[in-house]
Design a protein around this ligand. Structure first.
Ligand code: PLP
Length: 227
């Protein structure tokens, strides 16, 4: 199977899952996660029509974005160290992994130099797993309020990465909980805070995530093969 074939299948599966949930397939965007894959693989996906890519590592993102010409859009989805924000300022259109105020402040500083705002998602570690990043379900409200006042950061929604399950149904309660938290935050009507985006679902469970309201699914291995 080529990358183009895989993309076609993923798009079909997204459409089926969306319709089954009574949702418009166009309301779900595919973030092709290209981490550890060479620029040639991104190029192949781009030639098949994929425009939006997700990367986890700053160095890799900067290298690939520099290597590939064309109108691609990059999202940063991995753990982000504050001292590396400068390198991706202006390169990415969204950061999915804002999990602490100090990081948001640095994003604000760097995007401020560019004179624009960075779209971000606040990452929530619903299972409170030690191994994962993200703020807790309890702390997310306070963090959102603090980030909301930063002029060059714009909160667009939430992101989560549930524990791994062999059965994708295992992830459903975590996706549902993220949606519930987003609804709760939206109801607070905090100025400048939107809860329009839910980044959840990966290769093994994106259909379940779509059923629970995902607007951004982050799919890597099902497109590019195993890492
Ligand atoms: C690697 C990664 C993905 C993609 O995972 P696959 O199982 O390969 O689809 C999605 N989100 C994050 C945050 C990742 O690190």
């Amino acid at each position: 199977m080529s990358i183009a074939d895989n993309l076609k299948i993923i798009h079909e599966r997204i459409a089926v899952a969306a319709r089954k949930a009574g949702r418009d397939p166009a309301a779900v965007r595919l973030v092709a996660v290209s981490k550890t894959k060479p620029a040639a693989a991104v190029d192949e996906a781009a030639r098949a029509g994929q425009r939006l890519f997700g990367e986890n590592y700053v160095q890799e993102l900067v290298a690939k974005a520099g290597e590939i010409s064309g109108p691609l859009e990059w999202h940063f989805i991995g753990h982000l160290q504050s001292n590396k924000v400068r390198q991706i300022a202006g390169q990415v259109t969204m950061i999915h992994s804002v999990d602490r105020l100090s990081l948001a402040q640095e994003i604000d500083r760097q995007w401020g130099k560019l004179g624009r705002a960075c779209d971000v998602l606040v990452e929530v570690n619903i299972a409170c797993e030690e191994s994962k990043c993200g703020t807790t379900s309890a702390d997310v409200f306070g963090l959102v309020r603090q980030v909301a006042v930063l002029p060059h950061v714009r909160i667009r929604g939430l992101m989560t990465m549930p524990p791994f399950f062999d059965d994708p149904e295992g992830a459903r309660p975590y996706f549902r909980e993220l949606r519930r938290i987003a609804d709760e935050i939206a109801a607070l009507a905090i100025p400048r805070v939107e809860m329009a985006e839910l980044s959840m679902g990966m290769s093994g469970d994106f259909e379940v995530a779509i059923a629970e309201g995902a607007t951004l699914v982050r799919v890597g291995s099902a497109i590019f093969g195993y890492r």
